[in-house]
Ligand binder design. Structure first.
Ligand code: UD1
Length: 420
């Protein structure tokens, strides 16, 4: 397993370009199953999860090809299997997105039931409830969701909780049903909106996109838009923004949409960062003499993203005072706190809340990455830690950050990958 070795203490300086959003490209790739002809996706990030989704689609018979940097062709005209195997689903929960489209298109499908993950239980009950309401019969057999869907129909589906995955899954499924489906209390994340725009551009009718209630009128013969470009990754952009301030550097982050991570920018300002921005870029530097403590509470968009919680915690470890970080999406998503403590941080975790008492300095140490964003937090901490930090299991990072160490090196960071 590859490791990162980081020598802390260098301020990040320069310009970095943000790649396409992992959480946008995955549903778009799965939505290729709605078509009978080839689709082309642009601005596709070079991250492991994209290769895993490609592997899954290929198992189903879809032809998937990276034709050049950031551009992928997907040809779903021939489906040869309707089973998403455990070996792939266990690597990536977003695999469940293929279930609904397969059910409507092929009338049956089997998808391995995704288990829990490093940050606690992650049920799929809302996905199943929604698909059943659209006419699917679903059982659990030998660890798989086994479904049949003879006569799909539109319905009103109420989500008692905002779920990115369930919203995206039901949207793409409804787009292939020539009837009207009303989704109530949907997620509003930019990746969900982009999926809606993609489905609209393919011929589905969507009313209310960007609001809590949407109505989708689908059709059987959707036509993919010609060369659809994936939105920039707001979590990648937010991670570099935090890194710039944490290292007391000065970084211009290009090819991003500041409006997509407004809450992170706002918290950075409160913490003392200098910020300048345009429509597609943001510059972050160290304005305050010291990092000010800031409380955060993660919540569905436009709230503070849970996927930025760990990176922000890394920043708060060296704030002058105490910050309270409340996790409103995944109460157990705090494994990184214990690894940050190994670097000298002072964090106490209690009942879905972390109390971060700022310390003067972090010290390099060997640490273990536990999930994608936790790993990013450890890298950020390593960038300011006194001495050498060795981060094990960085395959988590490769799942979602395009060329992380290369982009950081270009900003002056002393980070290298140790292959094993
Ligand atoms: C997506 C993102 C992930 C992000 C998360 C929250 C992708 C590929 N992943 O994950 O990076 O951390 O949104 O912003 O886009 N829930 C249920 N039942 C369900 C589904 C979800 O109870 O059927 C709960 C979850 O346990 C969680 C909350 O709803 O507490 C939100 O989860 P959800 O938005 O569905 O997350 P994902 O789509 O899995």
């Amino acid at each position: 397993m590859d490791k990162f070795e980081i020598e802390g203490g260098t301020p990040l300086r320069g310009t970095v370009k943000i790649s396409g959003a992992k959480n946008s490209v995955l549903p778009l790739m799965a939505a290729s199953l709605l078509f009978q002809e080839k689709i082309t996706l642009k601005n596709v990030p070079d991250v492991m999860d994209v290769y895993t989704m490609a592997e899954l689609l290929r198992v189903l018979g879809v032809q998937v090809e990276r034709i050049k940097e950031e551009v992928w062709n997907i040809d779903p005209s021939r489906i040869t299997s309707t089973r998403a195997p455990y070996e792939i689903v266990k690597k990536m929960r977003a695999s469940i997105y293929v279930f609904g489209p397969l059910l409507v298109r092929e009338k049956k499908a089997e998808v391995s039931l995704p288990g829990g993950c490093a940050f606690g239980p992650r049920p799929v009950d809302l996905h199943i409830k929604g698909l059943r309401e659209l006419g699917a019969k679903i059982d659990i057999c030998h660890g798989y969701l086994c479904g049949e869907m003879e006569s799909p129909h539109g319905e009103e589906i109420y989500f008692d909780k905002k779920s990115v995955g369930a919203t995206a899954h039901l949207m793409m499924t409804a787009a292939l049903i020539p009837d009207t489906t009303r989704l109530v209390n949907v997620a509003l994340e930019p990746e969900v909106i982009q999926l809606g725009e993609f489905l609209e551009a393919s011929g589905a009718k969507i009313n209310g996109l960007g609001t809590d209630i949407i109505e989708i009128t689908g059709r059987e013969n959707l036509t993919p838009p010609d060369g659809f470009s994936v939105i920039p990754d707001r979590i990648e952009a937010g991670t570099y923004a935090v890194a710039a301030y944490l290292t007391k550097g000065d970084v211009k982050i290009e090819q991003c949409i500041p409006d997509h991570f407004r809450n992170v920018i706002d918290k950075l300002k409160l913490a003392g960062a200098g910020i300048e921005e345009g429509k597609t870029w943001i510059r972050v530097w160290s304005e305050s003499e010291f990092v000010r403590p800031v409380n955060i509470h993660t919540a569905p968009f436009p709230g503070f993203p849970t996927d930025m919680q760990a990176q922000f915690m890394a920043l708060m470890t060296v704030a002058k005072g105490t910050s309270i970080i409340k996790e409103g999406i995944y109460p157990d998503r705090f494994k990184h706190a214990f690894e940050l403590n190994r670097l000298g941080a002072d964090i106490i975790v209690e009942n879905g809340t972390a109390i971060v008492n700022g310390v003067e300095e972090l010290y390099g140490a060997p640490v273990m990455a536990t999930d994608l964003r936790a790993s990013a937090a450890l890298v950020l901490a390593g960038l300011i830690a006194n001495g050498k930090t060795l981060i094990d299991r960085i395959y988590h990072l490769d799942r979602g950050y395009d060329s992380f160490e290369i982009k950081l090196q270009s900003l002056g960071a002393k980070i290298k990958r140790i292959k094993s």
